[in-house]
Design a protein around this ligand. Sequence first.
Ligand code: ZN
Length: 280
Amino acid sequence: MRDLSGRPDLCSVNTATLGFREPLSSLIDAVARAGFGGLSPWRREVEGQDIKAIARQLRDAQLVVPGYCRSTYFPAAGRPHFLSNVDDNKRAISDAAVLGAESFVLVVGSIVPPHTDLAQARGMVREGIGLLLDHARQQGVKLALEPLHPVYACDRSCITTVREALDLCHALDPGNDVLGVLLDVYHIWWDPALAASIAAARGRITGFHVNDWLLPTRDVLNDRGMMGDGVIDIRSIRSMAEDAGFDGLVEVEIFSTETWWKRPVAEILDVIKQRLAHAA
Ligand code: ZN
């Protein structure tokens, strides 16, 4: 397993970690200055901006963009809305290509109230991803399918395990040239089949997110922990991923409205570097 001490260049910062308080251009400077190897931005920071200029700044700062976050949910109450969600994602994939992003992150959505048919939601997700594959290939952007913790099965993602995501990859992209799985320790650490599923994902792991599960967790969305402050054995999961061939940047993604998002950006980046060395 790679040693991350003193190697922020092997790591990437997802801008969600920094709380969306400063313009992307200053975050790019701060993350590059701190010595990180990559930065993954969100659409809210990019859309409506001069994307070519952002791409230029990232290139000049020698920052890799492992993933562009993230898809519009696929499931919808009706067919026109579903197709418009797919189109929305195609536009975002084109933006990801302009940014030079290696992948576009798929968080797929789930049932849309008042509907309660989870199987139908899964069907729309499968069809929706299928409709993106050719466009992603043409744009040279991989699709990084991120299974989420089952606590979000009702709204954010009807795909909840690595195995389920992998099955979808095999079914939709048997040639393995565009669709992969993004492993986020927050979402997958609890899974009794994790070791076997990650081993089976060899050649398909398109991203690796680290953070921690706090005990107690006050808010499952916005109270994620810094690596080392919670209950996830991050190193053993990273070891599984690297044994399965993952050699990309280790990306820190922490949504933390009440703790980390109240700290200065420079301080967050400092703590991240220490924790990557000792707890990830
Ligand atoms: Zn993630």
